[in-house]
Design a protein around this ligand. Structure first.
Ligand SMILES: [Zn+2]
Length: 226
């Protein structure tokens, strides 16, 4: 298994529709294994194939859920049916989302409360489940990647402006940019995660505790990019 570099906003494969998978073969199983390994190294909650430069319709996830679905898996050629998305403004804290391909940033976005996911596992067996809450958000986020859409494409004006400014500041929006999980600094701050116990800085301690809360609650994609 291999950890792959993660593509960044501007890489063309992220911005076009990925192709249906037609063969459930060893190449697909290797791709899925590599995606899991890359997602783990990036401390991600989910990763879609275009995020490692592969324009195929498959994503992996690692996220706890209350829906009776294994907390780690892959979905091939997914189809999603969404509940109605609220027209209310997103909550700046509860709805904050993050993306491994827009690394280190986070913006609030309203999502459907639940989503029905249909598709196949890596061996070609049919899958069908309903995903709620943050797990449902992960499904919606990863599915979007397969249609060439990032969550920053869905933001309301005020956050879209901030995202554009951040992209400019980072020099994103051009082809060829990637970051390497486990080598480059973790964009969502996980390099410090193992040392949470012994910090001198009260402010940092506070942040770490919040982190732990989020981990327990099984949400906080802004801390775990998608
Ligand atoms: Zn993403």
């Amino acid at each position: 298994m291999t950890v792959h570099p993660i593509t960044i906003w501007g890489e063309p494969v992220l911005h076009r529709r990925a192709a249906e998978i037609t063969e459930f073969d060893d190449a697909l199983r290797t791709l899925i294994a590599d995606m899991h390994e890359t997602n783990d190294a990036a401390h991600g909650a989910g990763l879609a194939a275009p995020q490692i430069g592969v324009g195929l319709r498959v994503f992996v996830y690692k996220h706890p859920n209350d829906d009776g679905v294994p907390p780690r898996g892959a979905v091939v050629n997914p189809r999603l049916t969404l509940s109605k998305v609220s027209g209310a403004a997103p909550d700046p804290e509860e709805d904050e989302e993050g993306c491994l391909s827009f690394p280190g940033e986070g913006y609030p976005l309203r999502r459907a409360e639940w989503v029905k996911v249909e598709g196949f596992d890596g061996d070609g067996n049919p899958l069908e489940f309903v995903a709620t809450g943050w797990f449902g958000r992960v499904m919606q986020h990863e599915y979007d990647h397969l249609d060439g859409k990032l969550y920053v494409d869905r933001l309301i004006d005020k956050y879209a402006k901030k995202a554009r400014r951040a992209a400019r500041k980072h020099g994103w929006g051009v082809p060829g940019l990637t970051w390497m999980p486990g080598v480059d600094p973790d964009p969502f701050g996980h390099d410090d995660h193992d040392h949470d116990e012994d910090h001198e800085h009260a402010a940092h301690d506070h942040a770490s505790h919040e982190h732990a809360e989020h981990d327990r609650a099984g949400h906080g994609p802004a801390e775990h990019g998608l």
